[in-house]
Write a new protein. Structure first.
Length: 65
């Protein structure tokens, strides 16, 4: 759902689209913050490992709520 083109990474556009489909439209500021927090290697996209780490972390601390 998140990685729409199947390249193994989630871009900002893909994240925004997926969140909107889930009923959680993001502001540009929210989107930037989520990418910044999840993109631990700084390449501007979220890998599967970064995504699972961010989701696991968010489940415990609600930093994305």
């Amino acid at each position: 759902m998140f990685d729409r083109d199947g390249n193994g990474y989630i871009t900002a556009a893909e994240l925004a689209h997926s969140m909107a489909k889930l009923g959680h439209a993001l502001t540009a500021e929210e989107l930037t913050g989520m990418i910044r927090e999840a993109d631990t290697d700084g390449d501007g996209r979220i890998s599967y490992q970064e995504f699972t780490q961010a989701i696991s972390s968010a489940a415990f601390d609600n930093s994305w709520a």
